[in-house]
Design a protein around this ligand. Structure first.
Ligand code: AGP
Length: 618
């Protein structure tokens, strides 16, 4: 939530910051703002512009009233927490004398008492935000003679909650200072210039060299240097790394939406997620799982914690992991898990599933698990993000940057990582023979091709979306691994098309949801493969039952299974794959449907209302 950018170097800071904000806008788009150190007048003043709404509004304003030239600046794109998304509450916020400007991602939990303290000392606040107090505190420190770095260290020691802060001081024009606690922040290292960003997309067109910061650290960037300290001022070092994707990955590449591009990238994303993780005989090699075989053998329970789409990937994983390893596997929403006193021991493996690696609820869940002595393994797409950094081990999903707010390739690659983890555990614990594991690996190897086959039929799904573009409600039904697919199909429609959509386990229909069925209601039905006939027959009965009550049935069924044809108003053919792997292909038409329906409804598919890509506040 919220994108932040900082720059100091030889270029025009305004264009670097605005371009960075454009690449981070998916993190929040309630308002946008920029502050530059006015180096032209030498007055020590900050030039600032901010506007409610999307970045385009700020750019329009900057076109009308130009800011002075500057080589040092900060910017912000907001997902509102405290205060309405209007111009006043937009960041940057200034200190009392407008000498310091500051942007913030997160929540300052003790802002009310700090605000009262400042107001009683005569400070006047101009916004309803928690951020403005940090700007005033910071300026008060520099006014006493502290440099911006020291001032930031002092202020951070007074703040409670989650925050990334980035600030500039008008009287110290070549320095940008940032700090982080429980919120993302990364440094981009250039030549004669340095950058700050919520993630590397902020500066990827300038440098692919990055520095990952730890918890409770302050970083100071100048043109030629980067210095890191703890909040107490102790010098420390970040971890340097090379970003393994380039600018083209952060471009739409001719597609209308990032989401559509990301859907079509899924065959290669799935391939990359598999790459180098098994040998020619199908034996898994997950070297990055730095938990010893002995410890893996002692695990007696797995708990997957995640939110949203990642949670649905976890629900699929449960079927596979329990089947292959016979270890009980629970899947829980991170925010529910954290606050219900879950039973965890040293032999519980907690798997934190997160595309962004920054979801606050999941982060808090793994901290709680670690306090109880459990081992934590992250499945994550974002290198160097907080969740893998705080976990004992990580399986990266290698999907490349996911920019559309709705997760697509993130989900598919999470599924692959879960299958690999399940098979690896089965290999280590000997619950499956090597040749059985090799057979599943061989099936997984075919997945990129199968996903491509589904994508080749996209036009048919688009036509279906056109036909239902006026619908007010859609249901999704599945059994077994088809159930989480139904939940994910419904979530995609809710977040993109803003219509009522619900996913149900088909077996649950007669326990209530069948009352929702009325004439013409579109219902997507995921039919299990023929290999699981007991499931398939029950699903076919459910389809007959809802059709008899007027539902318009859109049936996803594998190639060659014609038994359902008489009961399907529409058929979507899926490649023949084993039941446990079916979600990888079954979810793709649902992603395409949601993307196309939302497009036809005139919605912003990449930036749906009220949402942000990474949810960094609880
Ligand atoms: C998916 O389309 C969502 N926008 C959302 O549910 C997301 O999956 C969830 O917030 C979890 O994010 P994470 O994977 O980055 O932790």
């Amino acid at each position: 939530m919220c994108g932040i950018v900082g720059y100091v170097g030889g270029k025009q800071a305004q264009s670097v910051v605005i371009e960075g904000l454009r690449r981070l806008e998916y993190r929040g788009y309630d308002s946008a703002g920029i502050a530059l150190v006015d180096s032209s007048t030498g007055t020590g003043q900050i030039a600032c512009a901010k506007r409610a709404g999307k970045l385009a509004n700020l750019e329009k304003a900057l076109g009308e009233v130009a800011l002075p030239e500057s080589s040092t600046g900060i910017g912000h794109t907001r997902w509102a927490t405290h205060g309405a998304p209007n111009d006043q509450n937009a960041h940057p916020h200034l200190g009392q004398q407008a000498r310091v400007a500051l942007v913030h991602n997160g929540i300052v939990e003790n802002f009310a008492s700090l605000r009262a303290e400042l107001e009683s000392a005569g400070h006047e606040m101009t916004s309803e935000t928690d951020t403005e107090v940090a700007a005033h505190l910071l300026e008060r420190e520099v006014q006493t003679g502290a440099d911006l770095t020291t001032a930031m260290q002092r202020v951070c020691q007074r703040l409670e909650g989650a925050f990334t802060l980035v600030a500039v001081d008008g009287q110290d024009p070549d320095r940008v200072v940032a700090a982080r606690r429980n919120s993302p922040l990364v440094v981009g290292i250039g030549e004669g210039e340095n950058f700050i960003g919520s993630d590397v997309a902020a500066f990827i067109e300038h440098t692919r060299e990055a520095l990952e910061l730890g918890q409770d650290q302050v970083v100071t960037i100048t043109r030629d240097g980067v210095a890191v300290t703890g909040f107490d001022g102790t010098p420390t070092e970040g971890t340097r790394y090379h970003v393994d994707w380039d600018l083209s990955a952060a471009e739409k590449d001719g597609y209308d939406w990032f989401m559509r591009k990301e859907i079509f990238e899924q065959p290669s994303a799935v391939q990359d997620a598999m790459l180098g993780r098994h040998d020619a005989s199908g034996r898994l090699q997950l070297d990055e799982v730095r938990i010893s075989d002995g410890e893996l053998r002692e695990i007696d329970k797995i708990v997957i914690v995640a939110c949203g789409t990642s949670n649905y990937a976890g629900l699929v994983a449960k079927y596979a992991i329990e089947h292959w390893t016979r270890i009980p596997c629970e899947v829980e929403l991170s925010h529910e898990f954290r606050y219900r006193d879950p039973i965890l021991t040293r032999n519980t493996l907690v798997v934190a599933m997160s595309q962004s690696g920054e979801t606050a609820d999941t982060l808090m869940a793994i901290r709680h698990a670690k306090e109880q002595g459990s081992r934590v393994l992250a499945i994550c797409n974002t290198n160097g993000s907080t969740i893998p950094r705080e976990s004992d081990a990580v399986i990266y999903t290698h999907a490349g940057p996911e920019i559309g707010v709705a997760s697509t390739k993130g989900f598919l690659t999470q599924l692959i990582a879960c299958y690999l983890l399940g098979l690896y555990l089965a290999q280590v614990r000997g619950t499956k023979f090597g040749d059985e594991i090799a057979l599943v690996v061989a099936e997984l190897e075919k997945m990129p091709e199968h996903v491509q086959t589904v994508l080749d039929d996209a036009e048919k799904i688009y036509a279906l979306a056109a036909k239902h573009s006026k619908t007010k409600s859609v249901l999704f039904l599945g059994r077994h691994t088809g159930f989480p697919v139904a939940l994910e199909g419904a979530l995609k429609l809710k977040e993109l098309a803003y219509i009522h959509a619900e996913g149900f386990a088909a077996g649950e229909l007669k326990h209530g949801p069948i009352a929702l069925i009325e004439e013409g209601l579109p219902v997507f039905c995921v039919v299990p493969p023929e290999g699981r006939d007991e499931l398939r027959q029950k699903m076919i009965s459910a389809i007959q039952e809802i059709r008899a009550r007027g539902a318009y049935t859109i049936v996803l069924v594998e190639e060659g299974d014609d038994s359902i044809v008489p009961y399907a108003d529409e058929l979507i053919r899926l490649p023949r794959v084993p039941t446990l792997l079916q979600p990888v292909v079954a979810v793709v038409p649902l992603q395409l449907f949601a993307c196309e329906l939302a497009t036809r409804m005139g919605h912003d598919v990449d930036q749906p209302r009220n949402l942000a890509k990474s949810v960094t506040v609880e």
